[in-house]
Design a protein around this ligand. Structure first.
Ligand code: DGL
Length: 260
C-alpha cells in the first residue's frame, strides 16, 4: 500500500463529514474519499447484523478505491461493526465512540448526559465503556430518535428539531448535568441549537478532534503518512441527496453518486 493512497471514511449519511473536517484540518496533505450512505440512514434503529452488513459494503467500496486506512465516521457502525471489520480486512480501522471517559473524568456535578442512537446505546462496546469509565457518575442516556433524519433532510434548523432537542435535553438539565456527550457524528451539526437550550455552564463534548489525532498517529505507526508534495484530492460520494451534503462541506467540493 502506498502512502499517497487516500484515507477512506464512511457514515450512514452526511454526519461523518464533521469527522472528515477535523481530519482534513489536521492532515491537509492527505487525500480522502468520503462515502455518505444516506439511502440507508438512519443506521441507529437497525439491528447489529444489518449494521455489520452495511459497514462491510461501505468498506469494500472504499477498499476498491484503494484506501489505505478506513475511518468509521459513525458511532453506530463503530460500536456494532468495527470488531468484525478489523477481523475481516487487513487495513487499519479508526472508529468513533462516545467520549464518556473525558466527560466522566471532568464532571464536578457527577452527572453527565449522552445523546446517541439506539444502536450505540444498546451496544456491548458502549456498556463496556460505561463500566470502565463512568463509575460513580450518573449517566443520563437519551436516544436521539428523529434527529439524524431531520439533518439528512436538510431540516437541522427547523421548529421540529428544536422541539425534539428540548424534549431530549430537559431531563438532563433537571439532572444537573455539567457535560453533554454527543455520541453520534451527525450531532456536532446541532451544537448551536443545543447551546440555545442548555445552560451555558454545560460543556458539549464530541469526538472529532480525538479521532483526527488517532488517525494521524496510526498513519505514522504504519508509515502511511503522505509526504508527497502533490496536491491531495478530496472526493465525496453519496447515494442520497447531493444538496444536503454540499451544504455541509461547502460548494468547492465535487460530489458524485454511488450505488453498492
Ligand atoms: N452518524 C451516525 C452515528 O454516528 C448516525 C447513525 C444513524 O444513522 O442512525 O451514529
Amino acid at each position: 500500500m502506498s502512502n499517497t493512497n487516500p484515507i477512506g471514511l464512511f457514515d450512514s449519511g452526511v454526519g461523518g463529514t464533521s469527522i472528515w473536517k477535523e481530519i482534513h484540518l489536521l492532515l491537509p496533505n492527505e487525500s480522502t474519499i468520503y462515502l455518505a450512505d444516506s439511502a440507508n440512514a438512519p443506521y441507529g434503529p437497525k439491528g447489529k447484523e444489518k449494521i455489520i452488513d452495511l459497514s462491510v459494503k461501505n468498506t469494500e467500496l472504499l477498499l476498491k478505491k484503494g484506501c489505505k486506512l478506513i475511518v468509521v465516521a459513525c458511532n453506530t457502525a463503530t460500536t456494532n461493526a468495527i470488531d468484525h471489520l478489523r477481523k475481516r480486512y487487513d487495513v487499519p480501522f479508526i472508529g468513533i465512540e462516545p467520549a464518556i471517559k473525558p466527560a466522566a473524568l471532568k464532571s464536578e456535578t457527577k452527572s453527565v448526559g449522552i445523546l446517541a442512537t439506539k444502536g450505540t446505546l444498546s451496544s456491548e462496546l458502549f456498556h463496556k465503556t460505561l463500566d470502565l469509565f463512568a463509575n460513580g457518575i450518573t449517566v443520563i442516556e437519551q436516544e436521539g430518535t428523529g434527529l439524524v433524519e431531520l439533518i439528512e433532510n436538510g431540516q437541522r434548523e427547523s421548529a421540529t428539531m428544536h422541539t425534539l432537542l428540548k424534549n431530549y435535553l430537559s431531563p438532563m438539565i433537571e439532572a444537573n448535568i455539567d457535560h453533554l456527550v454527543l455520541g453520534c457524528s451527525h450531532y456536532p451539526y446541532l451544537i448551536d441549537q443545543i447551546k440555545d437550550i442548555l445552560p451555558n455552564s454545560v460543556k458539549i463534548i464530541d469526538s472529532g478532534e480525538a479521532v483526527a489525532k488517532q488517525t494521524k498517529s496510526i498513519l505514522e505507526e504504519h508509515n502511511l503518512l503522505n509526504n508527497d508534495a502533490d496536491a491531495p484530492s478530496q472526493k465525496f460520494y453519496t447515494n442520497g441527496t447531493i444538496s444536503t451534503l454540499q451544504d455541509l462541506i461547502g460548494a468547492q467540493y465535487n460530489i458524485e453518486h454511488f450505488l453498492f
